[in-house]
Design a protein around this ligand. Structure first.
Ligand code: HEM
Length: 395
């Protein structure tokens, strides 16, 4: 089976360095620029979208993309960005292309089951759509990668400053430019959907049940106070906020199934025989909404993750009672980074602003879209600053 970027899954497996690289890259916190805060403040200041009307889906997706660009390329944007510090045309086109590719990761495709048809047919037009989205995504990243490779070749760079430098200079195995380009697309596809979807659903749930919002804000006031923004060092103490996010991972995963896998040998799991070559699809909602494991499974109840007062909430779950980052060899290599970016994003949004539902949208309809599990309509809320002015970054 191939990934949409064209890397056979077995080749992905032969690049174990990816796990080490992402783990190593997660060690610095310099990527956590106060992006969502800067952008939201600027929208409120301008009042040009109805006085602080914020599209949570758009803000959270762009926060993740900005962070990834910072981590991979050492820059927040591809182009100049918009006037108020948000995404410009380039970033928006790139983000749409990545989400288009993502749509087809989960789509049923006949050539996954009959690979000999690959290149001969395109029954549902999937290949055409993915190729065109890939072209757009590569238009922005490939020139940056080529340029950086050339700089290393010329000896213009001596120090590794971001993930791209790490990939270019990696030995054993040496990674080719084509593989680097594909890996970077792969990372971007993997890094944005889950954190942004979890933040959007959590904010939606909080809007319809203000007691959740109140407890989260009280935690922030207690742990961080109001004279500085949340920092990475605060995250271990934000247990209630993490419990809210974990509850969104459980009840509202971005997709119903995990990415498809193929078993490479005969095996037995939970008493079931899985023959070699089976296509294995783990159900995220089957786990997260399982009434045998979770009491009242359809209720959004973060308290179920707060076991014992001293226990830290972690968003990973190796026992697979929920499928947040999955586990094992094919599990997400960025559990730490993914947890930090999701918690940081939600914490800064809740700490920096009070949030209200626009009058004509009350109460929010927390319904899933017909062909996926994200909210049917992007969540749009009114934000008002709640901290002293000096705490907000200057635009
Ligand atoms: C809330 C944040 C995140 C969640 C919940 C999450 C979850 C997952 C899950 C469920 C998988 C599939 C595992 C499998 O195939 O069984 C996965 C794979 C992956 N994730 Fe994440 N992820 C997150 C953030 C990130 C970030 C920030 C990055 C990159 C910096 C990343 C990179 C990857 C990669 C490269 C894979 C593919 C691994 C492989 O197949 O070898 N993820 N992630």
């Amino acid at each position: 089976m191939e990934t949409p970027t064209g890397i056979p899954r077995n080749l992905k497996g032969s690049l174990p360095s990816l796990h080490l690289i992402i783990a190593a890259s997660s060690l610095t916190s310099s990527w956590f620029t106060p992006t969502p805060i800067r952008y939201i403040s600027s929208v409120i200041e301008r009042g040009d979208t109805g006085g602080g009307l914020i599209n949570i889906r758009s803000v959270s997706r762009h926060f993740c993309f900005n962070l990834m660009r910072n981590m991979i390329f050492g820059r927040r944007l591809f182009g100049e960005g918009s006037e108020h510090g948000g995404p410009g045309e380039e970033e928006t086109e790139h983000a749409d292309a990545i989400f288009n590719i993502l749509k087809y990761v989960y789509a049923f495709c006949i050539t996954d089951y009959h690979p000999w048809l690959r290149g001969k047919t395109d029954f549902d037009g999937h290949e055409k759509h993915v190729r065109s989205a890939l072209k757009i995504a590569r238009k922005y990243q490939d020139p940056l990668i080529d340029e950086r490779c050339q700089m290393w070749k010329n000896g213009d760079i001596k120090e590794k400053l971001d993930l791209l430098d790490v990939l270019i200079t990696h030995e054993n195995p040496k990674i080719t430019i084509a593989e680097i380009k594909a890996q970077i697309i792969e990372i971007k596809i993997a890094a944005v959907d889950n954190p942004s979807n979890a933040v959007e659903w959590t904010m939606g749930e909080m809007m319809n049940d203000p007691t959740l919002l109140k407890r989260a804000v009280e935690e922030l006031d207690h742990v961080v106070g109001s004279n500085r923004l949340v920092q990475e060092r605060d995250l271990p103490q934000l247990n209630y906020i993490k419990a809210c996010i974990k509850e969104s991972f459980r009840l509202h995963p971005y997709e119903a199934l995990n990415v498809p896998h193929v078993s490479t040998m005969n095996t037995i799991v939970g008493g079931y025989f899985i023959p070699k070559g089976s296509h294995v699809l783990l159900s995220r909602i089957g786990l997260g909404r399982n009434p045998d494991v979770w009491e009242d499974p359809l209720r959004f109840n973060p308290d179920r993750h707060l076991e014992g007062e001293d226990k830290q909430v972690v968003l990973t779950d190796d026992e697979l009672k929920i499928l947040s980052f999955s586990t094992g060899k094919r599990g997400c290599p960025a559990g730490v980074l993914g947890s930090s970016m999701t918690t940081m994003m939600l914490a800064r949004m809740l700490q920096g602003y009070t949030w209200e539902v626009p009058c004509n949208d009350q109460p929010i309809k927390l319904v899933e879209k017909h062909d996926g599990l994200s909210l049917a309509k992007p969540l749009v809320l009114i934000a008002k600053p709640r901290l002293p002015q000096h705490v907000y970054p200057i635009n």
